[in-house]
Design a protein around this ligand. Structure first.
Ligand SMILES: [Zn+2]
Length: 316
């Protein structure tokens, strides 16, 4: 009896370890019946767009954060938790983007009930922008704003789907190639549009600091009222600092974001006006979430095109 119990204990210890390793490596851990669709959850619309393009109707996809939803402050509902628990594969951005969801997702990954992948956290560290390492938030999570960097993430999503559902590997590979080719075109389009602005006009002022990767990739200086997360409110000093910069540099336009109330950007605009200058509202950018599914910014490429078109039109 003693030996049996010990043996059994040892076996479950090994099994648990294997499950944990499988979850980390992104390998399939959920047995499915032949022909059954993978249940995939994506937190953001950007990730969901890649899953849809690669897997189409071969998977059942749930995208958690719809248009206008701020991922930095979003808290999971009971229904979200049930969705997570039923999933075979969960993709989230990571790097502290979904700050309130990260713990539960990490736990699910460790338990091995699903393949859980923080897609942005798989990128090489030397391609990431630093955030606040001293507070445990090492890298800026807004990686999708650099199309070439996002293409790496798309590769991770493809490889994870193939590992979880190898019978459809060919289909996933070929769809991913077509999608990546579209993203090549998208990247070229953004570069071309950005280059049409004189360098001194490439200054992007937004509500929160989501465009660091965009600025690095496409040659813009970026400034924002709030920091990289929206979890901390902007203060009077933030508004004053930005107002001074706009006055000094004679910035022609500033931008609101679809996931953030426009009041801080409006406060900056009012302060600029009080100082005797005008700065226009350049339009609404999609920083952290896609637009409505049937609208022009309802896909990742649509979001990125909308942003560069809006920025270039307002700053030229
Ligand atoms: Zn953000």
């Amino acid at each position: 009896m003693w030996n049996w119990v010990q043996g059994s204990f040892r076996l479950s210890g090994v099994t648990l370890l294997v499950l944990a390793l499988c979850a980390c490596a992104g390998a399939p851990v959920v047995a499915r019946e032949e022909g059954q669709k993978l249940r995939v959850v994506a937190t953001t619309g950007q990730i969901g767009d890649a899953v849809r393009a690669i897997a189409g109707d071969a998977v059942t996809l749930t995208v958690l954060l719809g248009p206008g939803i701020d991922p930095h402050t979003y808290v999971a509902t009971e229904s979200d938790i049930r969705t997570f628990q039923r999933a075979d594969v969960i993709f989230y951005n990571g790097l502290h983007l979904e700050a309130q969801l990260e713990r539960v997702l990490e736990q699910l990954g460790r338990r091995g009930a699903a393949t859980v992948v923080a897609v942005a956290a798989t990128l090489p560290a030397d391609r990431l922008l630093r955030w606040e390492p001293e507070e445990g938030k090492t890298y800026d999570p807004h990686v999708w704003h650099d199309v070439q960097l996002w293409q790496e993430v798309v590769g991770t999503i493809r490889d994870t789907l193939i590992a979880a559902d190898p019978t459809r590997a060919e289909r996933y590979r070929s769809n991913a190639s077509a999608y990546l080719a579209q993203l090549d075109e998208l990247d070229g389009y953004i570069r071309e549009r950005a280059a049409s602005l004189p360098p001194e006009r490439r200054i992007l002022v937004t509500a929160h600091d989501a465009f660091g990767y965009f600025g690095r990739a496409y040659g813009f200086e970026v400034e924002a009222v709030q920091g990289i997360s929206t979890a901390t409110e902007a203060g009077a000093a933030d508004i004053q600092a930005l107002t001074s910069l706009i006055l000094e540099r004679r910035v022609p336009a500033i931008f609101v974001e679809s996931t953030i109330a426009p009041r801080t950007i409006e406060a900056v605009r009012a302060a600029v006006r009080a100082a005797g200058q005008e700065v226009t509202l350049g339009g609404e950018l999609y920083s952290d979430a896609l637009g409505a599914p049937d609208g022009p910014a309802g896909t990742y490429a649509g979001m990125m095109r909308h942003n560069i078109d809006t920025i270039v039109t307002a700053l030229q």
